[in-house]
Design a protein around this ligand. Structure first.
Ligand code: DX5
Ligand code: ZN
Length: 221
């Protein structure tokens, strides 16, 4: 079953509580929480204090760390209420496996993410250890961008690598997911879809979530 993760980045911050209620009422599976540090990506978004408040709501928090030196922040985001914590391979470098171990030691599920121009082969060493792989389908840093077509092939490639190695992991995609593009990534093997602007612009958020959930799965199954 495909999971849906609305991204808080596209919410109305003046009404955050009711925006999160909207996400819960839509039946979405998790709330995607984008953390940006102004270094790994140009913008700065929100940190641990807002997560602490948001995580009081009844929906699991999927924290996407678009930050340099993620190892320094893992523990505090776990304490603030994260269920999933995803770090970028490009930001963690040789410390990637240590980050994953740290996320697990904090009691969270661990994700690793790659930017559009980072190859799937860059994370092959850690596929055994992670719970989730987040394929960025846009350059990280802001919402409302168009999905980059070649990233869909990376989803397909990752799925085939996982299958060959007999690994079952969540494949999450993030960036430019909407009613028109979602089927491209689900057919390629994505099982968790992040949607920011498309979710918050949807007239009927529940219908939007249901529609994403029923996107076609890969044909070879
Ligand atoms: C972008 C963030 C995304 C963003 C997606 O760097 O990681 O989670 O909110 O926004 P949309 O769905 O509008 O592309
Ligand atoms: Zn994100």
């Amino acid at each position: 079953m495909i999971k849906v993760a609305p991204s808080m980045l596209a919410a109305d911050y003046l009404n955050l509580g009711s925006e999160i209620d909207k996400v819960i009422a839509s039946g979405a599976d998790v709330l995607h929480y984008d953390v940006m540090d102004g270094t790994f990506v140009p913008a700065i978004s929100f940190g641990q204090e807002i997560l602490k408040m948001a995580s009081k709501k009844d929906i699991p928090m999927d924290v996407h760390l678009m930050i340099q030196n993620p190892e320094k922040q893992i523990e505090s985001f776990a304490r603030a209420g994260a269920k999933y914590i995803t770090v970028h391979a490009e930001a963690a470098g040789f410390g990637l496996k240590d980050c994953i171990d740290k996320i697990h030691a904090c009691g969270c599920l661990a994700g690793v993410s790659v930017k559009p121009f980072t190859m799937v082969s860059a994370i092959e060493d850690v596929l055994d250890s992670v719970d989730m792989i987040l394929i960025m389908t846009v350059e990280p840093g802001k919402g409302g961008q168009k999905m980059i077509p070649f990233t869909v092939e990376k989803v397909r490639e990752l799925r085939s690598v996982l299958k060959t190695r007999g690994l079952r992991k969540i494949i999450e995609v993030d960036g430019g997911v909407n009613m028109e593009t979602a089927h491209l990534v689900t057919e390629a093997g994505a099982d968790m879809l992040v949607a920011g602007s498309a979710f918050f612009k949807a007239e009927d958020p529940r219908a939007f979530v249901d529609a994403l959930r029923s996107m076609p799965e890969p044909r070879d199954e």
